[in-house]
Design a protein around this ligand. Sequence first.
Ligand code: IFL
Length: 474
Amino acid sequence: MRISLPRRRFLTTLGAAAGLGAAGALGATPAHAAPMASTSQTSRRWRRLADDVREETRWAWRNYVELALGHDQIKPVSGTYEEFFAPGQPVGLSAVEALDTLWLMELDDELEQGLSWVRSNLSFDIDAPFQVFETNIRMLGGLLSAYHCVGEPRLLELATDLGDRLLTAFTSSPVGLPYRYVNLRTGEVTNPDTNLAEVGTYITEFGALSQWTGDPRYVDAAKRAMRVAYEARSDLDLMPHDIHAETGEWRNRVATVGPPADSFYEYLYDGWKLLGDDDLRTWYDTLIAGITAHQVEEYEGRLWFPQVDAFTGEITGRSQSELASFFSGLLAEGGDVALGARYHDSWNAVQDKFGVLPEGIDYTTLSAESKGNQLRPEFADGAFSLWLATGDDVYRQRAARHFELMVETSKVAHGYTIISDVTTTPATRGDLCPGYWWSEQLKYYYLTFVDAPRLDYADHYLSTEGNLLKGARR
Ligand code: IFL
């Protein structure tokens, strides 16, 4: 989720002061503005990087279209593909995830290929259980962001059809917490043993759907689920990460800002920002105060978020998932820029040590506990949010390094792949390009390196999956 703030204002001011046009302002370095010549060199460097990102996107898309269009995820080493949600039931996940990225990059021929596939092929009348959370952030979010960008009514029709099928997961529960799976055709729900992210990452997609269709059922269901979880918080204002969808009872005691809790916190802030719902801001502030009081640890000069017992505050683990690095950007957007910046610094130390970030570390030793990398976007996501919040060039530099490392290690014959071990030399590659890659880091890099004309930097919203639900400049 990313809502912007002061950067555009700053650049405009600096550009005007230096007598620069729009292009000159691109390379501006806040706080310590460089002389004119080096400013334009810097500007050219960022433009070149943005062009590189766009070219890599175009090349990878061409491969996907040739080898896997309509399938969920390309396997870019073997040139084959696999489905993400249900075996033998493709829904063109990568195509749907890519749509708003292609639009923002003005890759309009490629966008038309994706839209044309969606128009002619996409249907959700599928007799198979789909994971509600993933279907929401990836497919519903992808369709809604594409609708927001190109305005085609068919995209909203498809989104509404899918939203109705997902809603059953909420309305089937006696307390309103969604089951983890719903059969898209029959509405049969399964897996009530769930977690914070999977009960509380709906409010912006469902909110946008409610606003654009005029039907409040979606946003009401999403908020009800968040309220049920929030009201069960501990006296320390902490939340265990596992919960039961039929009873609302906790299934463990461990609080974490990483998975499987992460985007629950994100969507409290996002829901407030996108929909203006003050309850959500109050809930966010309450829980972040609990986290900063009980769930932060300084370790050898770096700041981390340990796992703690939600009822006593005792530290129970010092592992850190790479996915938690998004929290740096969330903190900055929520108003605590200093804490967010310190947390990003901690992750930057991990990037300095390993290059490509491992999936999980022990922060007491900075050693890799989980050695793969699933081609993850969170570090670049945090860098983009901090760049927007501070205008400090250091975050662009970190994003640039992240991009360059990805090209060095993950680029293979037909696209970009996950890494199964980042600690070997060279890194050991897997054979899969996850759907979120199309929606997330390509977009974060591009928007960080260039002033994209189709984005309203001053007022936009990107979801947890990087889907643009506000701020498209059509
Ligand atoms: O689906 C992606 C999204 O950013 C999220 N969780 C994990 C994925 C990327 O690592 O919310």
